[in-house]
Ligand binder design. Structure first.
Ligand SMILES: Cc1ncc(COP(=O)(O)O)c(C=O)c1O
Length: 401
């Protein structure tokens, strides 16, 4: 390539606004985007360190913890997952993992790479994980270091109750690690009440920020385990002990993504100004309307009542209907993105996300109207207006529990 060649034109010089109803990233508010236009600061600048302290304190409210250290790791949700597993586990440690979806499997793979003795306890995808299975597995071991679970399994749309799993982990003296990537900011996550030692999330889902940060809550017990490791973690960048030292004592570790942190601060302020309860209620109402609308179209939901996530709804793709064609048409003709299935659900489900800023009734109605238009054209007959009508009815009749 010659140095002085004219620049080719960008294919997408202006980024168009789309309606993001997939599994994340979700929509980002103007407030967050504006906060990210602030001038650059050094990561040890006194003003920025005040921002760091504020973000930590806002996070402790969102995670509902007075006891844990809260911080935001550089990286997406998988960084939070990997940081927890590499920092808390050492080779030959025993970890028992509750597995009922794609992201539970990702945790298993990471723990195996650490060299831990991994005991995955697998249950059927699309159903809540039965705590009795964990109880049986734990009874076989005398030295379990950690138990893991995913609170909101995005791949299957399951809200996994955590109380029994937490109790079992505690009865066996094990640490309890939880993936709250899809739940935080969209449904209750109570770190102290649920006895969670390491909880991680992601900025791009129900917190309404761009992807790139992984909020974490770390209990004192988990911190002690990290400080007393026999061997240092194989990951330097994701060593939670070193990162905690920056968040607590402002000791340099790596260059903090300043702009992302400013965006997260604003996103957390938006979350807390709305109020956690009101925000969860908004997600519940719009989730209920979406489910009513999809059922109005004659589609079948994957997860059973009582365990459904309001922020992501997997729905079975009707027999003979082209997965890609429907999703591509939604995006091209209606500007709406929805998600595809993962792992054993690939090609079998669509996953519709209503997370954070994306959880709005007008998006629910726009999606259902678009589906009413597209589905008959690809061979799935559905009465015109049935989805929108059912969703509108659910919205007007919705009563908070
Ligand atoms: C439950 C869950 N855990 C972990 C991840 C991985 O997060 P990321 O893609 O931000 O790395 C995701 C992503 O969708 C998720 O839904």
């Amino acid at each position: 390539m010659k140095k002085n060649q004219p620049l080719p034109e960008s294919k997408v010089p202006d980024i168009p606004q789309k309606i993001l109803l997939g599994p994340g990233p979700s929509m980002v508010s103007q407030r967050v985007l504006k906060a990210m236009m602030a001038p650059m600061l050094g990561y040890l600048d006194a003003d920025f360190l005040d921002v760091i302290d504020e973000v930590s304190s806002l996070l402790s409210r969102v995670f509902q913890t007075d006891e844990s250290l809260t911080l935001a790791l550089s990286g997406t949700g998988s960084a939070g997952m990997e940081a927890g597993l590499t920092s808390l586990l050492e080779p030959n440690d025993t970890v028992v993992m509750c597995v009922y979806g794609f992201f539970c499997e990702r945790m298993v793979e990471m723990a195996e790479r650490v060299g831990a003795n991994v005991f995955p306890v697998r249950s059927e995808w699309g159903k809540p994980f039965p705590a009795e299975l964990l109880e049986k597995e734990l009874a076989k071991h005398s030295n379990v270091k950690m138990v893991t679970a995913v609170h909101a399994e995005t791949s299957v749309g399951i809200r996994q109750p955590l109380e029994d799993i937490s109790r079992l982990a505690s009865e066996h003296g094990a640490l309890f690690m939880v993936d709250a990537v899809t739940s935080l900011g969209g449904s209750e996550v109570a770190v102290d009440r649920w006895g969670i030692d390491y909880c991680y999330s992601a900025s791009q889902k129900c917190l309404g920020c761009p992807p790139g940060l992984s909020p974490v809550a770390l209990s004192q017990r988990a911190k002690n385990v990290i400080n007393q490791r026999g061997k240092r973690s194989t990951s330097w960048y994701l060593d939670v002990g070193l990162i905690a030292n920056y968040w607590e004592n402002h000791v340099y570790h790596h260059t903090t993504p300043v702009t992302m942190i400013l965006g997260l601060r604003e996103g957390l302020r938006v979350v807390l100004e709305e109020g956690l309860d009101s925000r969860h209620t908004r997600h519940a109402r719009n989730g209920a309307a979406l489910r009513a609308g999809l059922e109005g179209l004659g589609l079948d939901l994957v997860s059973p009542e009582g365990y459904r996530l309001n922020q992501i709804t997997p729905v079975w793709i009707p027999e003979g209907i082209d997965d890609n064609l429907v999703r591509e048409t939604l995006l091209r003709d209606h500007n709406i993105e929805v998600g595809r299935g993962l792992g054993q659900f690939a090609g079998k489900v669509w996953r519709i996300g209503l997370m954070g800023e994306s959880s709005r009734s007008e998006y629910v109605l726009a999606l259902l109207a678009a589906l009413e238009h597209i589905l008959p054209s690809v061979g799935y007959e559905t009465p015109m207006g049935a989805g929108v009508t059912a969703a509108n009815r659910a919205l007007s009749e919705w009563v908070s529990e």
